[in-house]
Design a protein around this ligand. Sequence first.
Ligand SMILES: C[S@@+](CC[C@H](N)C(=O)[O-])C[C@H]1O[C@@H](n2cnc3c(N)ncnc32)[C@H](O)[C@@H]1O
Length: 216
Amino acid sequence: MAKPERAAGRRFDRDHGVTTHAIAFLTDLDPDSSGDAAAHATHYEAVPVAAFRRLMAEVPDAVIRASAFVDAGAGMGRAVMLASEYAFERIVGIEISPALVQIARENLVKARDLATRCRDVRLVRADARRYRYPNGNLVLFLYNPFDGEALDDVLDRLSERPGAAGEWILYYTPVHPARLQTRGYELVATLPETHIYRKNPETPDFSQIEETRPEV
Ligand SMILES: C[S@@+](CC[C@H](N)C(=O)[O-])C[C@H]1O[C@@H](n2cnc3c(N)ncnc32)[C@H](O)[C@@H]1O
């Protein structure tokens, strides 16, 4: 991560009274409680603030308002806190490490001066490979949390959701993009270090959301 991004991360922590700026390895943090997830996981590092805001600018407001946001591998909760500044229906952060999820929960409680627009925000200690993802439209955030095998497991879980709800995947540092493309996700935008994918855009909520005015 570049020096200005690190400085912005520290500023985020200072401004909001939280702790997210760190680098940690699951094998050091929770070797016993993470099970085999550690073998597939990358390290913890928080998403750069500007990068998150840049990628969110690609998601139409109508999609945000009609979707749940899920961060698979939420770490200390920076992306979850940033997401709470958008009008999602609800937000869930999933984190395998008990130590990190504890810090993320404390962060959520003490965070100050966030421009909060979503108040239904939860942090769940769970394995993203086995989690039952919410039904309905979904915006999934991935900051390269795990290897391709674990990513496949997550995509399997998504495909088990009933119906054909719309899905957006915001993949920051996309190390395994082919896994999404072979499963029918359409690449809709490429930003520095980010791919944005979409599936089932024909879902009415996603393609036809417009201001509906009563007919006169
Ligand atoms: C690069 S960090 C991203 C943190 C956060 N999303 C952010 O952007 O600030 C990846 C996180 O994924 C978590 N992780 C790895 N494998 C996981 C799994 N199977 N289930 C849930 N979390 C996992 C790691 O513990 C780590 O905290």
